[in-house]
Design a protein around this ligand. Structure first.
Ligand code: 5GP
Ligand code: MN
Length: 335
């Protein structure tokens, strides 16, 4: 970790009476929630009395087992409380995102806040506006960077089993169970330290991945058998889901998590997409293999971003036009 930034963070953490807010990006995933709750556990153990975790919206139930989950404030449900926590904070941690625009309705409050702002993140192209920055695209996950910060500030012994479970969950979910974004020995060294704390990897894996409802499993089957389109000539495959499709399978938050990866598992496919109809836009998820840069694709055409091989965004067109435009883009060869 950057020594100067760690020293700066150390100085910002001297006052135990200050109000601290930990904020994650909209539609938080396992890494956002895992890194936030890992850091939350650390700050509470260090004796900070006023620490809150704020998420713009709700997240899937397969993340609810994490220690500290009950204390997370969901802005979508408790908007006034979330905004007042942010505007009253003396110190703000922004986890797993690198631009305030990723926090939807919290964006303006974050921009206006007079608090010292700490970014801990692993996405490319970090934006300005932060006082302390830990931004490392080589890291598998933000959870890995939170571990590094804690270890640099207080040593690895400061990490408890509860914190280790949250951080482990962040690393596992952001690497697809150690299958991408983790070709770096340091990730495994950190995982080794977390396992030493008593993390039971197989148990946590079941809590995260083996909790499908019957509806969710049938929705996956429907996606693959009825909704998968393959453009073999362009090594692309995509799945689209209308609101009606989602209602038919009694859709819950997180039910489509991971669906896009199946499209990428087809031999010869290098680009996979999932289109999901929302009230006023179509949410898009991209995955790619190799050098194909879907962060660029999402930034350029879909008001979004992400990583080179996993990115997301939205289309403001209806589903039909969105799919036609995507098809044209693929056939034109945007890359
Ligand atoms: P997912 O497809 O799982 O929703 O997101 C994949 C990756 O893209 C994640 O790293 C996520 O942070 C990023 N991402 C998803 N949606 C957006 C978006 O609207 N804007 C930006 N900048 N990144 C996004
Ligand atoms: Mn992440």
């Amino acid at each position: 970790m950057n020594k100067e930034q760690i020293e700066k963070l150390g100085r910002l953490l001297l006052d135990k009476t200050q109000a601290i807010a930990i904020v994650v990006h909209a539609n938080p995933d396992g890494d956002a929630i895992g890194s936030a709750l890992g850091l939350y556990g650390f700050l509470r153990n260090e004796g900070f009395a006023h620490v809150e975790v704020v998420s713009p919206n709700a997240y899937p139930s397969f993340l609810h087992w994490m220690p500290g989950n009950a204390s997370v404030i969901i802005a979508e449900k408790a908007g006034d409380k979330a905004l007042s926590i942010i505007s009253n904070a003396d110190l703000l941690f922004c986890l797993d995102f690198n631009g305030f625009g990723r926090t939807d309705q919290l964006e303006q409050a974050l921009e206006k806040s007079k608090a010292d702002k700490v970014m801990i993140d692993h996405h490319p192209q970090p934006e300005d506006g932060f006082d302390v920055v830990f931004s490392d695209t080589i890291a598998s996950s933000t959870a890995e960077l939170v571990y590094e910060c804690i270890a640099a500030l207080k040593g690895g012994d400061a990490v408890t089993l509860e914190m280790a479970q949250c951080l482990y969950a962040g690393i596992v979910t952001d690497t697809g169970s150690f299958s991408y974004g983790c070709n770096n020995p340091r990730t495994y060294e950190i995982v080794a330290r977390l396992i030493e704390k008593g993390v039971d990897g197989a148990y946590l894996h079941r809590l995260i991945y083996s909790t499908y409802s019957v509806d969710r499993m049938r929705l996956l089957g429907y996606c693959l058998s009825k909704k998968l389109e393959v453009i073999e000539a362009h090594q692309a495959a995509y799945i689209s889901l209308t609101k009606k499709d989602l209602e038919r399978f009694n859709h819950h938050e997180g039910d489509t998590e991971g669906v896009v990866n199946y499209a990428l598992d087809i031999r010869g496919i290098n680009l996979a997409a999932l289109f999901m109809e929302k009230d006023d836009h179509v949410k898009v998820s991209f995955r790619s293999a190799g050098d194909l840069d879907v962060n660029r694709l999402a930034r350029r055409y879909y008001h979004g971003g992400g990583h080179k091989n996993a990115a997301g965004g939205k289309s403001l067109e209806n589903m039909e036009n969105t799919l036609a435009a995507f098809d044209a883009l693929i056939k034109k060869g945007f890359f």
